[in-house]
Structures are given as C-alpha cells and as structure tokens.
Design a protein around this ligand. Structure first.
Ligand SMILES: [Zn+2]
Length: 398
C-alpha cells in the first residue's frame, strides 16, 4: 500500500523552510502540513530539498568499483584504451550485472534517481553488457530509473556484425541509439551516421552520440549531425556527448554552431573534463542549448577516478568553467538536475505539487555552500519511498 509521508522542515531549492506532503509517490502538497493519522513524518531538519540528481552519462556495465584494484598501465590514447578494455573484461572477470548494481548503489547513496548509461555492444562480448544492465534495471527498478544507450564502443562499421548487434540491443530493450566518433573511429562519418539515424528511425528511439573529435574535425562531425537531425526531423531527440570541439578556440565558428544546436534542439553532455577543451558552459546555456552532465566511466579500465556524485560533478563543471559567482554555480547545479531531466525527457521532474517524489535532501546553509561542501545526503527518495540515508543506500548488492 502506498504510504503518505510528510517531509517536515525542508527548503526546496534552498528557499524558505516548508513541509512537503507525499502521497502515492507524488508531491501532493507543499506548505505547512498538518500531521495526519496515517502519515509517516520525516524531520528534514532544515535541509535543502532538490529533485533527484540526474546522472546523464555513465557506463554502468564496466565499472570495476568493488573489485580488486586494477593497476592501469595503458597508453593514454583512445584506441589503446578501447582495445585494452575489450581484451581485459573476461580476464579480470567483469560481470556487467554485478558491477552495474554496485554503481547504482553508489549513485543512489549520493542522491541520483535517474541514470542514462551507455552500454558496450561489440562483436567480442555481444550483448553481455546490455543483458547485465537490463537485469540491474529490473532488479533495482524501485530505487532508480535506468536508461540504456546501445553503444558501439569498438566502432560501428570497422567490426562487421556490430550494427546487427545494435539492432538486436534496441529490439531487446535498449532505449537510445549510441554512436562514437564517426570520422576518427570508423573513418566513414557518412556511413556511421547513416546507421545511427536508420536505427533510430526503425526503433523510434532517440540518439546519444559520443563525439570526442577535437577542433575542425569535431565541428565537421557536429555539422553532419545537425544536418541529419534536421533531415530526419529528430529535433529534441539527439544528444552529443562530450562535444570537445565546442571548446575550440574560434569564437565565431563556435557561436554559429551553438546557434544551430539550439535551433535543432540538439542537447550537449559535458563532464567538465580537466584534461580537454570542452563546451563553455555558460555560453552554451546562454545560446539556448540544453546541457546535461555525467560521471562518464567510474573506476574502470580507462581510468581510476570517479565516485558517481553528481554534486561533485557540478563542482567540476564550475572549476572547469571558472564559475565563482553563486548564480553561476547554481547554473551548474541546474545542469545536474533539470538539465539532465529535460535531456532524458523526464515527466513530473521537480519539487512542485504533482511532481514525482524523486527527491534528495542536502545539508547546507545555501545551495552553493551545500555544493562546495558536499556532506553526506541525509535522505534520498524514489517515488516517495526512502532509498538512502546519510549517504548510504538502504539496499545491498553482491
Ligand atoms: Zn562515455
């Protein structure tokens, strides 16, 4: 039976304290709430109330979190990392179902209620990753919503059989068509994008494509994606992840590109990387482009970093983009909340009456202070049910 819960003394988005009544998994009222007989009361102790954080780009299938430490000695280039990972998975015993569940627990503990995960599809491992993450999605459906992107990590055309596997993944239950560096990976941008958009059309699914290609090459790829998004009338349903080329030092060219991205409704995912030029956050937002963010890979064969905390991600966005003013830091918070929600097309996202009670409490004097301090989250709720307390999930994984 659905419980009625009153969250007492919480501050929506850091504003004045109030009470929030939750009934049948949704926010039923905001304001001084009288305790009712059947209502369970939770003391928010003046914490800030946000809608659940949105992890809009990660790779649940390949985190090594919770496994013995992986000594990384891989050369720092894309193809070496891709090859090493493909060849290492079986040797080190990477089980996508077990590992994705471990990362889900980490994420939920930090207040994430929605995850978009790219999941490898290749001719070596087939659909093992997709099956594993689908199992986790089902098992933990009560604590988090997971969207699966079928992701041709090892290339689409250079490995025969990949596009058929992508097709199968989408028939099985993947939600989004992925892609990867159409020019530099497959050396065939037209062929790569033809497959991506044809799969999207066939299955009626959105697209989220990794574009690491820098500078002029990335701009070329982005223009091709814009052209196809228009031709296939897929405005609002395409995301470019990373889009490092938007950090290219050509003010006018980037301005024109941002205008076209806004006009076609193509969203951008940026992690605010420390090591690459990347989309300038405020300029991209001001151009009217939807922006989301994510942890990308966490403790995997690529690198040892990451903790799945989307508030920390907001700090990385702030540091990368030189955001010191409170108002600007709050825009980074919007990226990891409402920005992600608009890209994932979440219904009822927010802390208003009628919204789904996917919520996180955060301790802090102001929202900015809470972000820079990042104390353990006192409470996380999924559809009105408490799923984590004091930074720890209330469920176990293998
Ligand atoms: Zn990625």
């Amino acid at each position: 039976m659905d419980q009625t819960v009153i969250l007492k003394n919480v501050r929506p988005w850091g504003e004045s304290a109030t009470d929030v009544l939750i009934r049948e998994g949704r926010i039923a009222a905001v304001g001084p709430a009288a305790a009712t007989m059947e209502a369970q009361s939770v003391d928010g102790r003046g914490a800030i109330l946000l809608p659940g954080l949105v992890e809009a780009h990660t790779h649940l299938d390949k985190t090594l979190y919770g496994m013995p430490w992986n000594r990384n000695s891989v050369p720092s280039n894309l193809v070496a990392k891709i090859t090493n990972e493909r060849n290492s998975k079986k040797r080190i015993g990477l089980d996508p179902a077990r590992q994705s569940a471990r990362q889900v627990a980490l994420s939920v503990g930090h207040g994430t209620t929605h995850i978009r995960s790219h999941v490898d599809v290749d001719t070596e491992h087939g659909l093992a990753g997709v099956h594993g993450v689908m199992a986790t999605r089902e098992k933990y459906a009560d604590v988090v919503d997971i969207e699966i992107v079928a992701f041709p990590q090892s290339g689409m055309l250079i490995r025969e059989g990949t596009k058929e596997l992508m097709d199968e993944a989408l028939s099985l239950g993947a939600d989004v068509v992925g892609g990867l560096d159409p020019s530099s990976m497959d050396l065939d941008p037209k062929g790569h994008l033809d497959v991506v958009f044809a799969l999207a059309e066939k299955h009626g699914k959105p697209i989220d494509i990794h574009v690491h290609e820098p500078g002029e090459l990335g701009i070329f790829t982005t223009r091709l994606i814009i052209e196809r998004t228009r031709a296939h009338a897929m405005g609002g349903k395409v995301t470019i992840s990373h889009a490092f080329c938007l950090g290219h030092n050509d003010y006018l060219a980037i301005g024109r590109l941002l205008e076209q991205l806004a006009e076609t409704g193509i969203a951008i995912m940026t992690t605010g990387p420390a090591d690459y030029a990347c989309p300038p956050l405020i300029r991209t937002l001001d151009a009217g482009v939807r922006v989301c963010s994510g942890s990308d890979g966490i403790r995997d064969c690529w690198g040892p970093y990451g903790n799945a905390d989307m508030l920390e991600r907001a700090v990385f966005l702030g540091m990368r983009n030189d955001l010191d003013r409170d108002d600007d830091i709050l825009r980074a918070v919007e990226v990891v909340t409402t920005g992600g929600a608009t890209v994932l097309g979440l219904e009822g996202y927010g802390v208003k009456v009628g919204d789904v009670a996917d919520l996180v409490l955060i301790d802090g004097e102001t929202l900015t202070e809470a972000v820079v301090s990042r104390r353990p989250r006192p409470l996380v709720m999924k559809r009105g049910r408490v799923v984590a307390r004091d930074g720890a999930p209330l469920f176990t994984t293998e």
